[in-house]
Design a protein around this ligand. Structure first.
Ligand SMILES: *Cc1c(COP(=O)(O)O)cnc(C)c1O
Length: 363
């Protein structure tokens, strides 16, 4: 079976974890937490990193740190992993959905603009499947209307927008280190920002809301969203490989692209002139004249021992968030998109085998 993803782990991860266990620092104090935060923030080109228990808590913490709450509205792309919307819901704010752009698969600034009201407090930009969103237009909207720009970069560690790494471009960025993300700590996440005030607030809220100067004094209600030193030990080892992992992923994408470029009905993943895609999931769209449907193709692949995933369902079509809106680009991408095996260790022969199955039904 060729899996959709496998973590890229080695000896160093193991040694760091053993060292953390032997040191006795297994909860959220310990040297690896600070080191991981500093290295990852530097990687993103910003001053502060606040590590969290997972990517969802990172987004919730980011929203809480900029003061999102009841009565506010937050605009998110409908085509995203559900955690983006859930994190907004946890704050008590209303989730407002925007459509996607056909060519980057990311939130459409034109639709965002239509959905801004006087209650809009933030826009969450998701860099879907590793391709950066169109940041400049969104940052301009943020400035014009006094709205925070939050980046959900859970799928795009190291992706670049005009030479700048995502996560560090908006007011605050969020990452996930789940087992299938670009780098992993098992479970884990991080909030990154250049804004000292937001960073201080995030640290306070991550640790039950406890005053940094007065132990067991809680000026406000916070959360326990801390990462453990064990997880951070893995994260520090992963930081040594992150550039290598991204290089491997880009090579894999180039190989897929060269073998799939002339297949009728297969649309290759985007990489705009201004973007560096990290191809978290190497993804294609299959549409007529391709001779079978996306779901049929997934079955054909499975029959050959090849795992794949459908694109996310648009969040506004699912029961908790159903709006009845017609967000036609998100819906069309969702029904034709497929994530192909994308592990950094994927072999050239594996790619040839996967492409062999896809080519059978080219229009
Ligand atoms: C993975 C992911 C998350 C959530 O991360 P967890 O670590 O699984 O909580 C949030 N947003 C997007 C876009 C993701 O892909």
């Amino acid at each position: 079976m060729i899996p959709v993803y496998e973590p890229y782990l080695g000896e160093k991860e193991l040694r760091n974890v053993v060292e953390a266990v032997e040191s006795g620092w297994i909860s959220s104090l310990g040297k690896y937490v600070n080191q991981f935060e500093e290295e990852f923030a530097t990687f993103c080109g910003v001053k502060y990193g606040i590590a969290t228990s997972n990517g969802t808590t990172a987004i919730h913490l980011a929203l809480a740190s900029i003061g999102v709450g009841g009565g506010d509205e937050v605009i998110v792309p409908s085509l995203t992993f559900v955690a983006t919307a859930n994190a907004v819901h946890y704050t008590g704010a209303r989730v407002v959905f925007a459509d996607s752009e056909p060519y980057t698969w990311n939130i459409d600034p034109v639709d965002v603009k239509k959905k801004i009201t006087k209650r809009t407090k933030a826009i969450i930009v998701v860099h879907l499947y590793g391709h950066p969103a169109n940041m400049e237009t969104l940052l301009d909207l943020g400035k014009e209307y006094g709205i925070y720009i939050v980046e959900d970069a859970a799928e795009a560690h190291g992706a670049e927008y005009k030479g700048r790494r995502v996560g560090g471009i908006g007011d605050i960025g969020c990452f996930s280190f789940y087992g299938n993300k670009v780098i992993t700590t098992g479970e884990g996440g991080m909030v990154v920002t250049d804004n000292e005030e937001i960073a201080e607030k995030a640290k306070l809220l991550r640790d039950h809301g406890m005053s940094p100067t007065k132990r067991y004094w809680f000026p406000e209600i916070g959360f326990n969203y801390r990462i453990t030193n064990l997880q951070a030990a893995v994260g520090v080892a992963q930081m040594e490989k992150i550039e290598k992992i991204i290089e491997l992923k880009r090579e894999i994408a180039a190989e897929y692209n060269s073998l799939l470029k002339d297949v009728d009905g297969v649309k290759l993943p985007p990489e705009k002139e201004w973007a560096r895609n990290v191809y978290w999931m190497y993804s294609i769209l299959v549409r007529p004249p391709y001779r079978i449907s996306r779901d049929e193709l997934m079955k054909e692949l499975a029959a050959e021992g090849i795992d794949s995933r459908p694109f996310f369902y648009p969040v506004h079509t699912m029961p908790p968030y159903f709006t009845g809106e017609n967000l036609s680009i998100a819906e069309s991408l969702s029904s034709s998109g497929i994530n192909l095996p994308s592990s950094p260790r994927l072999k050239r022969e594996d790619i040839k085998r996967i492409v062999g199955v896809i080519r059978r039904y080219g229009g």
